[in-house]
Design a protein around this ligand. Structure first.
Ligand code: GLU
Length: 287
């Protein structure tokens, strides 16, 4: 893929991959600083990519603000910033092997259809968990506007047993072997592209970019740990390597709630306006 070139040798490569849907807050700052510091300590590469496939919520103004905040923090990144929305057609084309393997089906269900079809919310699953309403539909029946979902049970049946990933983050450190029954009941048939072919899922774009850019270590917040099996499954189906994962602790507010983009009170811009230094930010996030 154009833009960020994979390294010639297999050196340590990590990335910070924000979605430009709001200001950078302390939690993002921690994630970016940690990934950057780990890359520099290993003599490796630190990449930045904008996960802006949600074109309705992503804004160039946020992207500019995020890059400005990162530079202010003192971070330098290797190569140009990769913007996912510039590569939608390439991501969509990469779904072809999954179509050929009979693993994708079109789906016209809305979120409310999905909620209505569920007897009760599924504890610990990716919400809203998809009950499989359109699983019987052949790919040829795709209408403009239909999403494409992966038939996860069929996909796992095509993969060898024992696939998994290595994790170095403190909360889940160790080797994780996927349990197919658990993946099917907790993850289900996730969407890989929606709105015709205009929007590709984060799972897909992120797995492809990590592989194409030679990412050896995915360093990100613990809130994404539960999504990792989806990416590992896609890596195996698409013949991509599986990086090492490092899910770090989340920065929480005074009430113990994790910070979200809407928590403007914790926006880096606010600390900057109040005269904080990059060292103050490092201290605030415990680095
Ligand atoms: N774009 C995601 C976010 O902003 C991060 C995804 C990742 O690091 O894999 O939370």
């Amino acid at each position: 893929m154009a833009g960020v070139a994979a390294p010639a040798s297999g050196g340590f490569t990590t990335r910070f991959a924000p979605s430009p849907t709001g200001p950078l807050h302390l939690g993002h700052a921690y994630s970016a600083l940690l990934a950057h510091d780990m890359a520099r300590a290993a003599g490796g590469r630190f990449l930045v990519r904008m996960e802006d496939t949600d074109t309705e919520r992503s804004k160039y103004a946020w992207e500019a603000q995020i890059l400005d905040d990162l530079a202010w923090l003192g971070l330098t990144w290797d190569g140009p910033v990769h913007r996912q929305s510039d590569h939608i057609a390439e991501y969509t084309a990469r779904l072809e092997p999954l179509v050929a393997r009979g693993l994708l089906y079109p789906c016209a269900c809305s979120r409310s259809d999905i909620r209505a079809a569920l007897a009760a919310p599924q504890e610990g699953s990716i919400h809203p968990f998809y009950p499989g309403t359109c699983r019987h539909r052949p790919i040829e029946s795709r209408q403009p506007g239909d999403a494409l979902r992966i038939n996860l049970a069929a996909a796992l049946a095509q993969l060898p047993p024992g696939i998994g990933f290595a994790e170095t983050g403190a909360a889940h450190a160790g080797q994780h072997i996927l349990n197919p029954a658990e993946a099917i009941s907790r993850i289900g048939d996730v969407v890989l592209s929606r709105k015709g072919e205009e929007i590709v899922a984060y799972f897909l774009a992120s797995a492809l970019d990590d592989a194409d850019h030679g990412v050896t270590h995915v360093i990100r917040g613990e809130d994404l740990f539960d999504f990792t099996p989806v990416q590992v499954i896609l890596q195996h189906l698409l013949g991509l390597p599986t990086p090492t994962y490092h899910h770090h602790r989340l920065i929480r507010d005074d009430q113990g709630k994790r910070l979200a983009k809407r928590d403007d009170a914790r926006a880096l811009a606010k600390y900057r306006a109040e005269g904080a230094t990059p060292q103050d930010i490092r201290a605030l996030v415990g680095l």
